[in-house]
Design a protein around this ligand. Sequence first.
Ligand code: GRE
Length: 338
Amino acid sequence: MHGKIALEEAFALPRFAERTKWWAGLFAVDAAKHTAEINDIREKRIEYMDNHGVGYTILSYTAPGVQDIFDPKEAQSLAVEINDYIAEQNKGLEHRFGAFATLSMHDPKEAAAELRRCVRKYNFKGALVNDTQRAGPDGDDLIFYDQPEWDEFWETVTELDVPFYLHPRNPTGTIHEKLWAKRSWLIGPPLSFAVGVSLHLLGMVTNGVFDRHPKLQVIIGHLGEHLPFDLWRINHWFEDVKKPLGLNKTCNKTIREYFAQNIWITTSGHFSSPALALCLTEVGAKRILFSIDYPFESFADACDWFDATELNEVDKRAIGKGNALELFKLGDVHGRDA
Ligand code: GRE
């Protein structure tokens, strides 16, 4: 399929090349290749896009990112640097690249203001945040955005009418020590990423964020971080047990309604036709968006799979580009009508 749109696609700041290589060493078999790919915007990436039928990419800052910086001032200054950097990089290539704002999530007001700046000044397509924000003197506190003080941030997100991508982050501090240190091969895509993001998103659901902000649109990757498989069970327990016990005070809709009205899932890093078939049944093609997860995953794996997977024409177009064109109100992007 030509003109696919991909939206969980990472870049890094070249000045952090050493750190990027260290991180890549934990997740990539060829760390040097990964480092070169994540630092490149305009060359190798466009070549891959052209060779694999990707017309348009929304770029976002990699992990470990601003959510790992527990000093609020340092986090804010890095977020601004990253946003200014990617806006500059994308200049003249607006038909191929957009960007998600990188945000320091120490302070709802500051995060909202930076998102507004990026959307207004640079036409960024929303924000991508790496799960919880590390905070506190030793970075062991975790800020979740499912608490009432974040309402003013969500108000800004809905007022700007842009989606919010909740992306995983590696476990740190006490959580790392107690849960993952002795099971370290499970950190990342095998398990910890999905655990973190699904906890955070369901925290937003059960704490009433979507009830208070019914227009809010949140995207999660990796075919829904295990949640679509569990929808029946979550629904059963919310409706039949937790609501009679009091969940109905914050949460008025069913989990399926939040998935239909507020939540999107992408195919990033999860190129399985049986898993996609389940998502089509449980979530529906209108809420699924193609993505790769480059350079943690390859264009070839994602695109060859998607192009070959059996889907009716309407659903394939919706997932490959149509849903993204509408959600991000994209105009004349490359390959739109291909
Ligand atoms: C990411 O998207 O940030 C990521 C990692 C490590 C492994 C896979 C992955 O940081 O998608």
